[in-house]
Design a protein around this ligand. Structure first.
Ligand SMILES: *Cc1c(COP(=O)(O)O)cnc(C)c1O
Length: 223
């Protein structure tokens, strides 16, 4: 199937008025990205700052309209300065140190940076993210930073052949998202629950996700 057909297939399973579809473009070239944008994609997600920066000028010049850039991979503090001018939403904030650095750099660049806290719900050693019990204390701290706006939570579920097996992970993050919303923290705009990828996005949406990050399902497998 073509990229456009893949996007149409995914959109037939989601209510795009309620769920934002981010096309994960890591390891895919600019021409594939432009094809996806022509087929209606309005937001792209990249894992690495370098790759995001290298594609950004060409996409901006040729897409014919603006697209949102989501940074979904782990962010090192020494890359923050490069990331902030381009990133509309950073999904992967997982420490006080990183949040403070983003605040500092965003302040210098006169930007209010939208971010999510990444939560390692399943507590996998291989994944970044704070443990669930650390998420709300970190949110409270972030709410005191002037140049950062906390917009919600993100998780990457463990890979499983059986997508149903990850449902409890999504349920737990949804619960945490409810608690975060109820805290009514100043300076925040809690609106995004970023969970669900190619294998599990339909289950994630059933469990309350309103932002899915899909790569393989749109572009096919990565090199
Ligand atoms: C690669 C990646 C995705 C997309 O994964 P697919 O299985 O290809 O849809 C989503 N989120 C993050 C954080 C990723 O690194």
């Amino acid at each position: 199937m073509s990229i456009a057909q893949n996007i149409a297939e995914i959109k037939s399973h989601i209510d795009i008025n309620k769920v934002k579809l981010v096309a994960v473009t890591k390891n895919h070239d600019v021409s594939a990205m432009l094809e996806a944008i022509a087929a209606g994609i309005t937001a792209v997600g990249e894992n690495r700052v370098q790759e995001m920066l290298s594609k950004h000028p060409e996409i901006t010049a040729h897409a014919g309209r603006t697209v949102e850039w989501h940074l979904i991979g782990h962010l090192q503090t020494n890359k923050v300065r490069q990331a902030i001018p381009v990133a509309d939403l950073i999904h992967s904030v997982d420490s006080e140190r990183l949040a403070l650095e983003i605040d500092k750099v965003a302040g210098k660049l006169n930007k209010r940076q939208d971010i999510l806290i990444q939560v390692n719900v399943a507590d996998e050693a291989s994944k970044f993210g704070v443990r669930p019990e650390q998420a709300l204390p970190l949110a409270r701290l972030i709410s005191q930073l002037e140049n950062v706006r906390l917009c919600g939570l993100m998780t990457i579920a463990p890979f499983s052949e059986n997508a149903e097996a990850v449902r409890p992970v999504f349920k737990e993050l949804y619960q945490l998202f409810g608690e975060l919303t109820a805290m009514n923290l100043a300076n925040t705009e809690i609106k995004w629950l970023s969970m669900g990828m190619t294998n599990d996005y339909r289950i994630a949406i059933e469990e309350g996700s309103n932002l899915v990050r899909i790569g393989t399902g749109i572009f096919g497998s990565r090199k």
